[in-house]
Design a protein around this ligand. Structure first.
Ligand code: NAD
Length: 354
């Protein structure tokens, strides 16, 4: 049994990784999460009572608390997902992105290195620091037959992607300079259960159910490569446990869709699954509203995931059609989860106030 220290484990992807590990492997986890607006303990409720699960409410910029946690839990690996992750928020207020994504990653690397340097030789050789990053570090693609590979040069466009690019460089430098066994994964857009409703897919589902406008940036022709979050969680566990230190793995779903296509697909699924529409709504598609494009909006992202498929045998299990249907069905059957997010009460609950 390994013990994995997972930062950002109360977030969207982190909680999927934690649920995957507790439900499908013999390993134990300790989650380190500050519980910002994006952290939600309700996303960990399915595994919270398992004796292999532990939670520490800690900021990754807090070096002393990190040192205590490394000391107390003696992890075999770190999976680093904690980050500020929403591009629009990074445009409105970049400071916290620099703090958490860059300074936080640096602080975590240093805490991990100090701990790792004290391990006995066998455990030291086995230790892994896995940094979870995004394909947005590569900038955007302008030709339809072009794909991001692990050697595509970095050209980030937004404060978010620039801060993630910086953190990727730090992680690689800690391997090269200090020998810390690090790995990096860069993944395309995720979607699925427990996704915070500020992101495109859950926002559209919940707005449509409420009869509110469905805001589409610009002309909606931006292309994203969508990956079902549970497929990503399996890939991440595989990389953390079987990946080669020093390597980068791109992870993607081979599911390129224009943003407008994603929204119309959701509308059509809702027509089928929720035919009783809110008052005044004729067709869900009628709610689509075009809004001013995001500044610096990347046109197209697409991932070549052949390396992780070839070297680690990973394949996504969901197609976009199966994954998006599962996602809509999940939101329709988990109203308590998203109502608490929409009305803000999840924040009171996580602080023990309810
Ligand atoms: P998220 O915003 O849902 O969750 C982030 C988590 O990190 C939250 O639980 C939050 O409380 C925690 N956190 C934030 N600042 C912290 C700090 N200073 N200290 C400790 N915890 C802190 O993000 P997500 O969508 O789950 O993304 C997880 C990781 O995967 C991020 O690093 C992101 O860059 C990367 N990623 C995301 C996507 C995507 O489509 N969502 C795609 C590729 C890569």
């Amino acid at each position: 049994m390994r013990r994995l220290l997972i930062t950002g484990g109360a977030g969207f992807i982190g909680s999927a990784v934690v649920r995957h590990i507790i439900q499908h492997t013999p390993d134990a986890v300790v989650v380190v999460d500050k519980l910002t607006y994006a952290g939600n303990l309700a996303s960990l409720a399915p595994v919270a009572d398992d004796p292999r699960f532990a939670f520490e409410r800690v900021d990754i910029c807090d070096r002393e608390s990190l040192a205590r946690i490394f000391d107390a839990y003696q992890p075999d690996a770190v999976m680093h997902l904690a980050a500020e992750s929403h591009v629009d928020r990074s445009i409105d207020g970049p400071a916290v992105f620099i703090e958490t994504n860059i300074v936080g990653t640096y602080t975590l690397l240093e805490a991990a290195r100090t701990y790792w340097s004290t391990l006995e030789a066998g455990k030291k050789a086995q230790f892994r620091f896995h940094h979870i990053s995004t394909d947005e570090v590569y900038g955007d693609l302008h030709s339809a037959d072009d794909f991001f590979t692990e050697t595509t040069p970095y050209a980030p466009s937004s404060p978010y992607s620039a801060s993630k690019a910086s953190s990727d460089h730090l992680v690689r430098a800690w391997l090269r300079t200090y020998g810390l066994p690090t790995l990096v994964t860069n993944c395309s857009n995720n979607y699925g259960p427990y996704h915070f409703p500020e992101k495109l897919i859950p926002l559209m589902i919940l707005n449509a159910l409420a009869g509110k406008p469905l805001p589409v940036y610009g002309n909606g022709q931006q292309v994203r490569d969508w990956l079902y979050v549970e497929d990503h969680a399996r890939a991440l566990y595989l990389v953390a446990t079987k990946g080669k230190p020093g390597e980068t793995y791109n992870i993607g779903g081979h599911n390129e869709r224009k943003n407008l296509e994603v929204v119309t697909t959701l509308c059509d699924l809702l027509e089928e699954l929720v035919p009783a529409k809110p008052q005044g709504v004729n067709r869900y598609r009628d709610l689509i509203t075009y809004v001013t494009d995001r500044p610096g909006h990347d046109l197209r992202y697409a991932i070549d995931a052949s390396k992780i498929e070839r070297e680690l045998g990973w394949r996504p299990q969901e197609t976009f059609e199966s994954g998006i249907r599962k996602t809509v069905e999940w939101y329709l059957t988990h109203e308590a989860w998203w109502q608490q997010v929409l009305d803000g009460s999840y924040q009171g609950e996580r602080l023990g106030l309810k």
